[in-house]
Design a protein around this ligand. Structure first.
Ligand SMILES: NC(=O)c1ccc[n+]([C@@H]2O[C@H](COP(=O)([O-])OP(=O)(O)OC[C@H]3O[C@@H](n4cnc5c(N)ncnc54)[C@H](OP(=O)(O)O)[C@@H]3O)[C@@H](O)[C@H]2O)c1
Length: 263
């Protein structure tokens, strides 16, 4: 699984298409979408028109909350596959935790599709430790990925440790704090570290995930930013940088609590 991918939440059709083309041109080989984003067709078209062989790409999509349950998930998966115009999905996720029973029956569908080879890896999103533990106790194929909100203000150290101990890859969404990105850009600690490495605040941010071994999927529809966000492999953060950034953690969530989702 490539450590950095392109996010596509709130990327409307044409923007999503152009962003996928720009990202693949810039070197990204990993694209994150979801049925609810309403852009799977554009993402699929971008992938097709990029000229890159399908086998080189890692594509994630997700089953939406209203489609949970065994039968509905199989149907939703096939619809996503058709919209994306692909033969298989690299990673298919349960988008949100919506109760234990629903998670289990949905997950059974993911296992079935995994056994059929239509999904290469299966996992979840917005699951906390207790949700993950329930699946680990009750399923045959362990979840391979947990995609959750993670950024410098919500660092998820406990969750990451739990995931690591159980062979689950943590994947960070909203790595730039999503709609609060302007606040992030003004952070003094990050500005100082960026200056020290002659990099941007966003690049320092994204590198911080790489240092922690967390997969990261920044979203942008701006070609220059898409390029810059990928340009994080020619420097590294030292112990002092990491400990300064660790101090920024304040458990600040911009998305709902996993046990309290009303959609
Ligand atoms: N599983 C889930 O429930 C869930 C929830 C949320 C998100 N996600 C996934 O995670 C991805 C990332 O999260 P997100 O889209 O919420 O937010 P994000 O990646 O944290 O932030 C996106 C914002 O940052 C801006 N930005 C990007 N690069 C920048 C740069 N170099 N300089 C300045 N601003 C920059 C973007 O603007 P422009 O686009 O205008 O350039 C956009 O406004 C999503 O797209 C989606 O794929 C998953």
């Amino acid at each position: 699984m490539p450590i950095i991918g392109l996010g596509t939440f709130r990327s409307a059709s044409e923007d999503a298409y152009n962003a996928v083309i720009a990202a693949i041109k810039a070197g990204y080989r990993h694209i994150d979408t979801a049925a609810i984003y309403g852009n799977e067709e554009s993402v699929g078209k971008g992938i097709k028109d990029s000229g890159i062989d399908r086998s080189e790409l890692f594509v994630t999509t997700k089953v939406w909350n209203t489609e949970q349950g065994y039968e509905k998930t199989i149907k939703a998966f096939n619809e996503s596959l058709a919209k994306l115009g692909l033969e298989y999905i690299d990673l298919y996720l349960i988008h949100w935790f919506k109760g234990y029973e629903s998670a289990l029956s949905t997950y059974k569908a993911l296992e079935e599709l995994y056994h059929q080879g239509k999904i290469k890896a299966i996992g979840v999103s917005n699951f906390n430790i207790h949700h993950l533990q329930y699946l680990l106790d009750n399923v045959e194929v362990k979840p391979m990925v947990n995609q959750v909100e993670t950024h410098v203000f919500l660092q998820n150290h406990f969750l990451n440790d739990f995931c690591k101990a159980n062979g689950i890859q943590l994947e960070a969404y909203a790595p730039l704090t999503s709609k609060a990105v302007d606040e992030l850009l003004e952070n003094e600690t990050l500005k100082n570290i960026a200056k020290k490495h002659n990099k941007s605040v966003v690049q320092v941010n994204l590198r911080w995930f790489v240092e922690r071994g967390i997969v990261v999927i920044p979203k942008s529809i701006t070609p220059k930013r898409i390029q810059d966000n990928f340009n994080i492999f020619d420097f590294s953060l030292d112990t002092e940088d990491m400990s300064e950034i660790r101090k920024l953690n304040r458990g600040k969530k911009f998305f709902p609590e996993f046990d309290n989702v009303d959609y």
